[in-house]
Design a protein around this ligand. Structure first.
Ligand SMILES: N[C@@H](CCC(=O)N[C@@H](CS)C(=O)NCC(=O)O)C(=O)O
Length: 202
């Protein structure tokens, strides 16, 4: 199995986390985003939008979109499932993956990219901060009742949230995130997970 990605990329890290949860090694092909390798015809043939990650299975099945890849890997690889069988826990997992994609990662990445590029447009950072407050408030309320987003177990919902929370913490947003006590306790559990440490090379 091959993963075409970049070790710093949030979306690649989701794929690497699931592989680590499953104890599965894959061949990692580094796509250098700084050099624009994601836009080469060779990569666009496997990811038509010119971004990472993409997955290629041993029998030549190629797919892209990180959230689709992690669902596929969870469904096909042996090991502990990261998708609850209980219908309501499953619904919550999907609900919070939707919250991440629809309301959280966009404004979170606004902040992260301003810091990462060093452009530091504070008006844009402020917009990002305003944007992440509501989704954080919402998951904080859910996490007051249960250790993980879908219930008692770590699921694909944690996998999709982790890369964005991690970058926010690294880019100086500990103060804002620290206002959400249940999020912080949950983050401690997720951040110390061996699969997440492996995915981030820590
Ligand atoms: N919806 C895509 C988003 C992929 C994406 O935006 N990847 C970023 C890295 S996290 C990328 O390749 N950026 C380089 C670029 O935009 O040229 C997914 O979930 O896989």
């Amino acid at each position: 199995m091959k993963v075409y990605g970049n070790p710093m990329s949030t979306c690649t890290r989701k794929v690497l986390t699931v592989l680590a949860e499953k104890g599965r090694e894959a061949e990692f092909i580094n796509i250098d985003l700084m050099k624009g390798e994601q836009k080469t015809p060779e990569h666009v043939a496997r990811q038509p939008f010119g971004v990472v990650p993409a997955l290629e299975t041993d029998d030549g099945f190629v797919m892209y979109e990180s959230r689709a890849i992690i669902r596929y890997l969870d469904r096909t690889l042996p090991g502990t499932s990261l998708t609850p069988t209980d219908p309501r826990a499953y619904a919550l997992m999907e609900q919070f993956m939707g919250v991440e994609q629809s309301y959280f990662s966009g404004p979170a990445m606004k902040i992260v990219m301003e810091r990462f590029r060093g452009t530091n447009d504070e008006a844009n950072v402020a917009k990002g901060r305003e944007g992440i407050k509501r989704p954080l408030e919402v998951i904080d309320a859910a996490l007051a009742k249960q250790p993980f987003l879908a219930g008692k177990d770590f699921t694909l919902a944690e996998v999709t949230w982790a890369p964005y929370v991690d970058y926010l913490m690294a880019m100086g947003e500990q103060g804002l995130l620290g206002e959400y006590k249940n999020v912080m306790a949950w983050w401690d559990r997720v951040n110390n997970r061996p699969s997440w440490k492996k995915a981030t090379g820590r």
